[in-house]
Design a protein around this ligand. Structure first.
Ligand code: MF3
Ligand code: ZN
Length: 730
């Protein structure tokens, strides 16, 4: 509930790794609920900012860079911009979408580290960690894969098992392998800085207990599971080259960076600093972080809970020790469960994902926002299904909300000269006032003469982060309005009882105004369209900021008799036809079958491990050739620009390969070893002058080179270097 002791709110959304585009999982779990909440609070006239950005460090980024043969900076530049654009298209009104590669962030993270180092908070320990002798580097976190000791998933990462969610340390994995060379790593000693999380056990227990009943039960439970097993020291440095450098000059700090989670959570602070600078008041960030009358709220997914309820609070507690500056702790951490697609778990690594920007190329943002909000995974995993998307858009958005607004506006324009009729409020009929009081009861504004009260009001739902229920109740109001309009039959009363007709239209237009307000958090574009049709042309966001349009306006009739509408009417929602979603359903089928093929390839790989390794069976088998013979082969560096599976051919991939200025199609029997997605962007070596041939009726112009490893798995020959595309091997 809103607590009087707070005067402003700072909302954060988990920083997505800048190693891929934003998908519906990010959108449903964090950005959309946060945006709806923030827009609602802006309507309440509260001081609130929404802060976030992209998480640009960590092993997922460097792995992607290595895969594509580009630098980590190039990876994060690309994805930060894609993420930012997609959020803007989805109307996520985030106040600042920052990046952890910025100097202000590095400085902030280093300040925290140095402060704790100087206060003697850290523990330094030498421990054995996995080291890849071929790649000559320590394998942090996700650089190691292996079998999860908890659930047996053979694909667990060195920091976490995606299958069962257990946080792991790499040395716990069964049959560990380096992601760089696929070799079994060795253990080597290395020195690291540890944050003594265990020392904060008591303080953290008190902190969690204090929020019992107020935070979601899943958030309390995840936190307690950790507390109950006893908190221990956590390494907060890594042997990596990409990240925030450990800000010490001593020899033992060389080549070390801060652990990505140590720096990422501080991204909330550095993003607030960047926001403040952009607004010309560089010190205002302090108001949001250092004043106890600020309410801090973290919107996150369930996999990030303990970082926000235990680690980050402990870091803030440590920073606050002996300091005049006291950082506030989160007041709530609304963590979502997951959203699946058509019953399958969202997982980039398994190949199921719907990207936000792809979606918005085909369907309007508001239709997606509504569908996702109605399925917000608040207390349990939920599902995204295209059929449900279609039916919700058509029957709820188009037939209920859209239909009501359009009928009222069209009627007013056609029959009443586009002007709000003059009506004395004390002459409204019982039906008229009943609709109004039903709306007030649901919204939860105070002066209600309610008979049937819903369990909670929309206002209360928002205050307790029950986004789904708030949105559901909001749509109920559109349903009531639609019913009222049908029951009052203004198209008849205009002839039989013109005064009644005027009252109906007066009330209906004012209900359109109320709908524009209460749908603003959920459907901002639609809300603005309704305002525009009602003849309110101004910048709505700005009016809300100034308090000229506010949540409590639903209490009173805002449109007075004589007010002129814009005179135009727009269709709010286009219906979605079967043909519109068919390609999407096909794509999902494809994703699922690709993922299955990848799984199958893995199983076959495991089987082939029992067979004698290729190098033992294959002797040098070809006759000697001359240099002239060799020079007949035109070996070139090509870059894969697109790749897909060939239908009904398990082993074949169809690649589009750019070699210099030309593109060509090559078919290759590597589908059991590589997914189409992972091929795209790779530099490969191509036999460019091989006679064209047909495979499965498709042209293949060339051949790509690969080598079988001792594990039976193919390794692509991947030339390294800048500007090598199109060049010949010499
Ligand atoms: N990048 C992390 C993830 O995608 C989330 C970071 S949240 C932050 O799981 F708090 F660290 F920023
Ligand atoms: Zn597991």
């Amino acid at each position: 509930m809103t607590d009087k002791k707070f005067n402003r709110t700072l909302v954060t959304t988990a920083l997505p790794y800048a190693n891929g585009p934003i998908h519906l999982g990010h959108f449903a779990g964090t950005f959309l609920p946060a945006d709806i909440y923030v827009r609602y609070k802006r309507l309440r006239g509260e001081d609130i900012i929404h802060i976030g950005g992209s998480d640009e460090h960590g092993v997922p980024i460097t792995i992607r860079a290595e895969k594509e043969g580009i630098t980590p900076q190039q990876v994060v530049d690309r994805f930060h911009n894609l993420q930012k654009d997609a959020l803007a298209k989805a109307n996520i009104s985030i106040d600042n979408f920052s990046r952890t590669s910025l100097p202000v962030h590095h400085a902030t993270a280093q300040e925290f580290f140095l402060d704790m180092e100087q206060k003697g908070i850290f523990v330094k320990k030498t421990e054995k960690q996995f080291y890849d002798e071929d790649a000559k580097m320590f394998l942090s976190d996700r650089y190691v894969t292996g079998t999860c000791p908890v659930c047996g998933n053979t694909d667990a990462n060195g920091d976490q098992c995606e299958n069962c969610g257990t946080y792991l340390s790499a040395t716990e994995l069964i049959n560990p392998k380096s992601k760089i060379t696929s070799k079994t790593p060795v253990l080597r000693e290395t020195l690291h800085w540890y944050f003594p999380l265990g020392k904060y056990q008591k303080q953290l227990e008190a902190f969690i207990n204090q929020h019992e009943g107020d935070w979601r039960q899943n958030v309390i439970n995840y936190s307690r599971t950790w507390l109950n097993s006893g908190l221990t020291d956590r390494a907060i440095t890594r042997d990596l080259s990409w990240g925030v450098n450990v800000p010490l000059t001593s020899d033992d700090a060389k080549g070390k960076v801060l652990y990505v989670w140590f720096d990422a959570v501080l991204g909330y602070i550095s993003s607030t600093k960047e926001w403040a600078v952009k607004h010309g008041k560089p010190d205002t960030w302090k108001k949001y972080w250092l004043q106890p009358d600020t309410r801090l709220i973290h919107f996150i997914g369930k996999d990030n809970v303990v970082f926000h309820t235990l680690m980050f609070p402990a870091m803030l507690m440590a920073k606050n020790e002996g300091s005049a500056e006291q950082y506030i702790l989160p007041d709530n951490v609304p963590a979502s469960e997951f959203m699946n697609i058509e019953g399958k778990k969202f997982s980039k690594s398994r190949g199921y994902a719907i990207y936000l920007s792809d979606f918005l190329e085909k369907f309007p943002a508001d239709t997606l926002r509504y569908m996702i909000a109605m399925n917000y995974p608040e207390n349990r995993d939920t599902d995204f299904s295209w059929k449900e998307f279609q039916s919700r858009t058509n029957s709820e958005l188009a037939d209920t909300l859209g239909n009501f607004v359009k009928r009222v506006i069209d009627f007013t324009n056609a029959r009443m000269g586009g002007v709000v009729p003059e009506v004395a409020e004390n002459q409204l009929s019982e039906n008229d006032t009943h609709l109004k009081s039903q709306i007030l009861t649901r919204v939860g504004a105070t002066d209600t003469e309610a008979q049937v009260k819903p369990a909670f009001t929309i206002t209360e739902y928002y205050e307790q982060f029950s986004i789904r229920s708030a949105v559901f109740e909001t749509m109920q109001i559109a349903g009531l309005a639609n019913k009222y309009f049908n029951d009052e039959t203004p198209w008849k009363s205009i002839k039989e009882n013109p005064e009644k007709c005027k009252r109906t239209i007066f009330v209906s237009l004012n209900v359109c105004y109320s709908l524009a307000i209460i749908f603003y958090p959920i459907l901002p574009d639609t809300s603005k369209k309704i305002f525009r049709m009602l003849g309110i042309e101004d910048d709505i966001d700005e009016k809300i900021k100034q308090g000229a349009i506010k949540w409590d306006d639903v209490k009173t009739f805002q449109l007075r008799g004589g007010h002129k509408l814009s005179g135009t009417s727009e269709i709010l929602f286009k219906k979605i036809e079967d043909a519109d979603i068919e390609p999407e359903l096909k794509k999902i089928d494809q994703m699922i079958s690709d993922a299955q093929t990848a799984e199958q390839a893995k199983t076959e790989q495991v089987k082939s491990e029992a067979a004698p390794p290729a190098h033992e069976t294959a002797a040098v088998a070809k006759p000697v050739i001359t240099i002239e013979d060799f020079e007949k082969i035109d070996l070139r560096v090509g870059t894969v620009t697109a790749c897909e599976k060939v239908p009904k051919a398990d082993k074949l991939l169809k690649l589009q390969v750019r070699i210099g200025a030309n593109e060509r199609q090559i078919l290759s029997g590597i589908a059991m070893h590589f997914t189409p997605e992972e091929m795209v962007g790779k530099n490969i070596l191509v036999v460019a002058n091989l006679a064209p041939r047909k495979m499965r009726g498709l042209d293949s112009n060339g051949m790509l080179l690969a080598v079988e490893g001792s594990d039976g798995k193919l390794n692509l020959v991947q030339p390294q270097g800048d500007g090598i595309n199109g060049n010949a091997v010499k």
